[in-house]
Design a protein around this ligand. Structure first.
Ligand code: EPZ
Length: 420
C-alpha cells in the first residue's frame, strides 16, 4: 500500500547554507532505458534515489535485465531473455515508462507497452512517439489498453515532429540508433536531458550529431556496446532551491549544478532582483532587497521550463505587485493555484494565464499535492508562510526530489515528515 506521508512545515525561517544538487531524474530515466539497446554492462552514475528511479529499475527487471544499485550508481547487466512487454502496473506508476518502446523495438523488432492514460497536468497523448515509429517502418496496433509496435527492420527516415516533445524525441532517438541508414529528427526537443541521452548513446557507440539543436542526425549502427555514463545535475531541483532562497529571503550556495542549463530561470530571478553569483558548477543566491514581480511564459528549452512554473507562482505570490504567468506546454498545470489561494494568495486563472496579485501574507494550512512540481510550489509557500503548513500526499514529491526535507532541514528549514 502507498504510504501517505505528509510534511509539517513551520514557516518563516530564512534558509542559509549549501545544498548539493542531485543527478537529474528526467535525464537518468532515458539513460537507464538506453541499457536495453545492448547486452553489455551499462553503468549509470549520479542517479538520484527517487521513487521514479525505483519504478524504472523494476521495469528493467520486468523486461529481464539484471540491475544492481549501489548509492547513486546503477549497474545494468545482460538480460537472460529480453522481454518486450511493459505492464500496466508499472507504466501507470510512471508515464516515462513509455520510453522503453523505442529501445525494445530497435532490439527485438517488437514492443508491447501499456498506454499511460491521462495525468493531472494534461492529456499527454503519445501520438508523436507512435508517428515516429511508423515513419521508421513499424506497424502500430492498440489493443486492450496496450500499444504494440512491430517492425522486422527499422529504416532511417526524415521525421518532423509537430511539436518538440521530449519523450517522443527520446523514443525516436533510441529506435533510430540501431535502424538501417540515416534518420533525421526535425523540430526535435533540445532539452539538456536529450543532450545527455545522446551523449550516453554515443558513449555506447551510437552515431549521433546535432543533439542540443532542433535537428538531430543519427547514422544507424548494427549494435551498441556497454558504457559508464554520469548523469547531468537536476536543473529543476536546482531551480527549486534557488526559488527557496528567494522566497525565504535567505542565502543558498548550490553545488554540483550546471548553470548553463538554468539560464532562463537565472534570468527571471535576476530580473526579480535576487543576487546571483554564478561559477562553473556552483550558484550562490542571496536575497538582499525586496523582489520585483516578473511575468513570464513557459517555453520549450531554452525557454522558462514548465517544470518551474508552479514554483515561480509560489514565489510571485509573496512578491509585492502584479505578475502574469502563461503556461504554454501543458493544458492543466495550475492545480497548485487553488491550494495557494487557500493560504491567502490572490491568483486569478484566465485560461492558460494566471494573474497574481502578490505580496499578501501567506498563512499556513493543510494542503494537498496534485503532482510533483505543484508539490514543490506548496513546500516553498509553506516555508514562507506564517504558522504551520501540512503538505499532504508527499509521495508525489518523493518521485522527483531526493531527500527533499533533509536537504531543506540542513539549511535551516523547520520541516519534518510524518506518517499519516
Ligand atoms: C517531459 O515530459 C518531462 N518528463 C516533464 O517533466 C516535462 O514537464 C516535459 O518533458 C516538458 O518539458 C520526463 O522527462 C520524464 P513532452 P514529456 O512530450 O516527455 C504534448 C516533471 O515534473 N504531446 O515534451 O511527457 C503533451 O501533451 C515532468 O518532472 C503530444 O501532444 O513531455 C504536452 O502538452 C512532468 N503528443 C507537450 O506535448 C505526444 O506524442 C509536451 O510534452 C507527446 C507530447
Amino acid at each position: 500500500m502507498l504510504k501517505l506521508d505528509a510534511f509539517l512545515i513551520e514557516g518563516g525561517r530564512k534558509l542559509k547554507g549549501s545544498v548539493r544538487i542531485s543527478g537529474s531524474k528526467n535525464a537518468a530515466l532515458p539513460c537507464l532505458f538506453a541499457s536495453l539497446l545492448t547486452d553489455d554492462v551499462c553503468v549509470i552514475e549520479n542517479v538520484p534515489d527517487l521513487r521514479d528511479i525505483r519504478t524504472a529499475v523494476a521495469l528493467l527487471q520486468q523486461l529481464g535485465k539484471k540491475v544492481v544499485r549501489k548509492n547513486s550508481r546503477v549497474e545494468i547487466g545482460p538480460a537472460r531473455r529480453l522481454q518486450h512487454h511493459a505492464s500496466y502496473d508499472l507504466v501507470r506508476r510512471m508515464r516515462a515508462s513509455v520510453v522503453v518502446m523505442g529501445p525494445l523495438l530497435a532490439r527485438l523488432g517488437k514492443a508491447r507497452v501499456s498506454l499511460p492514460g491521462g495525468c493531472s497536468i494534461g492529456a499527454r497523448p503519445i501520438n508523436f512517439h507512435l508517428q515516429a515509429f511508423k515513419k521508421l517502418g513499424a506497424a502500430i496496433r492498440v489493443e486492450e489498453g496496450y500499444v504494440e509496435a512491430t517492425a522486422p527492420v527499422l529504416r532511417g527516415r526524415r521525421i518532423r515532429f509537430p511539436f518538440p516533445s521530449v519523450g517522443a524525441t527520446e523514443n525516436a532517438l533510441m529506435a533510430a540508433v540501431l535502424a538501417e541508414g540515416k534518420t533525421v529528427l526535425l523540430n526535435a526537443a533540445r532539452e539538456p536531458e536529450i543532450q545527455d541521452l545522446a551523449e550516453c548513446l554515443r558513449s555506447m557507440g551510437a552515431r549521433i550529431h546535432g543533439h542540443g539543436t532542433g535537428t538531430i542526425v543519427i547514422d544507424g549502427v548494427p549494435s551498441l556496446h556497454g558504457t559508464r555514463h554520469v548523469v547531468i545535475p537536476d536543473r529543476i531541483e536546482a531551480g527549486t532551491f534557488l526559488a527557496a532562497a528567494a522566497i525565504t529571503r535567505g542565502r543558498l550556495l548550490l553545488r554540483r549544478v550546471n548553470p548553463a542549463h538554468l539560464s532562463a530561470v537565472l534570468n527571471a530571478l535576476r530580473r526579480a532582483g535576487l543576487r546571483l553569483e554564478v561559477g562553473r558548477s556552483e550558484i550562490l543566491a542571496a536575497w538582499t532587497k525586496p523582489l520585483r514581480p516578473v511575468s513570464l511564459k513557459t517555453r520549450v528549452y531554452p525557454g522558462f521550463p514548465t517544470d518551474m512554473q508552479a514554483q515561480w507562482m509560489a514565489l510571485m505570490a509573496t512578491v509585492n505587485g502584479k505578475s502574469r504567468i502563461t503556461e504554454t506546454i501543458f493544458e492543466n498545470r495550475f492545480l497548485h493555484a487553488q491550494e495557494l489561494l487557500r493560504m491567502g494568495a490572490a491568483i486569478d486563472i484566465r485560461g492558460a494565464a494566471a494573474v497574481i496579485e502578490g505580496g499578501r501574507r501567506l498563512s499556513g494550512c493543510p494542503l494537498m499535492v496534485s503532482d510533483l512540481r505543484a508539490g514543490a510550489a506548496l513546500v516553498l509557500a509553506g516555508l514562507a508562510a506564517q504558522g504551520r503548513t501540512k503538505v499532504l500526499r508527499v509521495y508525489h514529491l518523493d518521485r522527483g526530489y531526493e531527500r527533499m526535507e533533509r536537504k531543506l532541514r540542513a539549511v535551516g528549514a523547520r520541516i519534518r515528515r510524518i506518517a499519516q
